[in-house]
Design a protein around this ligand. Sequence first.
Ligand SMILES: *Cc1c(COP(=O)(O)O)cnc(C)c1O
Ligand code: SF4
Length: 442
Amino acid sequence: MKYNSYMLHNFKNIPQIESIPVELIDAIETVGSVLPFKTNNYVIDNLIDWNNIPDDPMFKLTFPQKDMLIPGHYKKMMSVIQSGADKPAIKEAANEIRLQLNPHPAGQLEHNVPMIEGEKLYGMQHKYRQTVLFFPSQGQTCHAYCTFCFRWPQFVGMEDLKFASKESELLVKYIKEHKEVTDVLFTGGDPLIMKTKHLETYIRPLLDANLENLKNIRIGTKALGYWPYRFLTDDDAEDLLILFEDVRRAGKHLAFMAHFNHPVELSTDVVSEAIKNILDTGAVIRTQSPVLKHINDSAEIWKEMLKKQVSLGCIPYYMFVARNTGAQHYFSIPLVDAWKIFQKTYQSISGICRTLRGPSMSCLPGKVQILGVADVKEEKVMVFRMIQGRDPNWAARPFFAKYDEEAIWYTDLKPAFDEEKFFFTDELNRILSPEEVENDFE
Ligand SMILES: *Cc1c(COP(=O)(O)O)cnc(C)c1O
Ligand code: SF4
């Protein structure tokens, strides 16, 4: 299958676009000037139900919607476009708005950047003891863009790709020197946007180096959801599958971290075949998604998605909470509601689907999971624990926040029982500078 991508400049070539109301086209143009937009022929022809516009979840997942900008920003952007402004003027207006959407400028990434021989390794992040994130420089885009994506600043060119690395040698060296590291997680964008030969230049050295402490090579990708032909008919699909087999042959586990946001992404024959091909290499597929308003904010949808995943041989892994950036106001739901969806989902699936963890916020102190709502000594509280902690000792320790049915992010939480702070607050402040705590970047 030939891959055709569509962005702001050519989306009107999509045949189905003719059938949608002009207001929706205006919204795509207006919001798409601020937030990134990219889709492709597989998503358009197989995943979107064009008879269900504008409500279709995959349409909302990939096409910009009016309400993704607050009314003031939308109006501003629309008037600039309608005034016939040239490209630089449109870009300037867009950037002005983007800066108000918490795009976390690159400086805030400093804290998770590892060092080797006194030099910072941009292109890597090491926040949790066992797992190093690696951002291959050619893997910083995707087969289509999710409208909720927290990486939006890099797709619109706001963040210099300072943290994209070409340096697989340094990666090997770093893992050698850090015996606590058992996992490397390739991430992006989407590392599987890369040609196999490029991916190989990162993975083969890891295998050849015989790193005893390295056990798991993880690849975080949405290719199964957005372009399953990557594992079937793309020129280098076979080489990719051979690479996966070689990981196994080298005695490492290839952990394929697949992003699926809606069950329809698991409904095509192409995706079933792609999953089968990956599993045949000995890799294990784990799945993750945020819970998102307009897309998947119901237990029924999650139940269907998880059951389908498990029946195809995938293992449910993370349910995330929408991050505090970009169009968060459009996608986020209160933590208490996310937990209710989790609980209802969990209750309706069998044990082998209950490997799902969450809902979890990837935030400054760690991966913070809401365990539920409880009454403790006549106070209604929210119960949390960290799945991962910036300090490893924080993990798996429960803590309590005042009940707040509107809280959507951990920064909205107040300690329960009239305590002044959470158990991790002092240490977090010690590790980080005050601006960082305020900016709340991971
Ligand atoms: C989520 C995440 C990981 C991986 O965490 P696991 O719980 O092992 O899947 C690693 N590093 C960062 C920065 C993360 O946000
Ligand atoms: S595939 Fe992942 S990185 Fe790419 S746009 Fe979607 S959420 Fe973002």
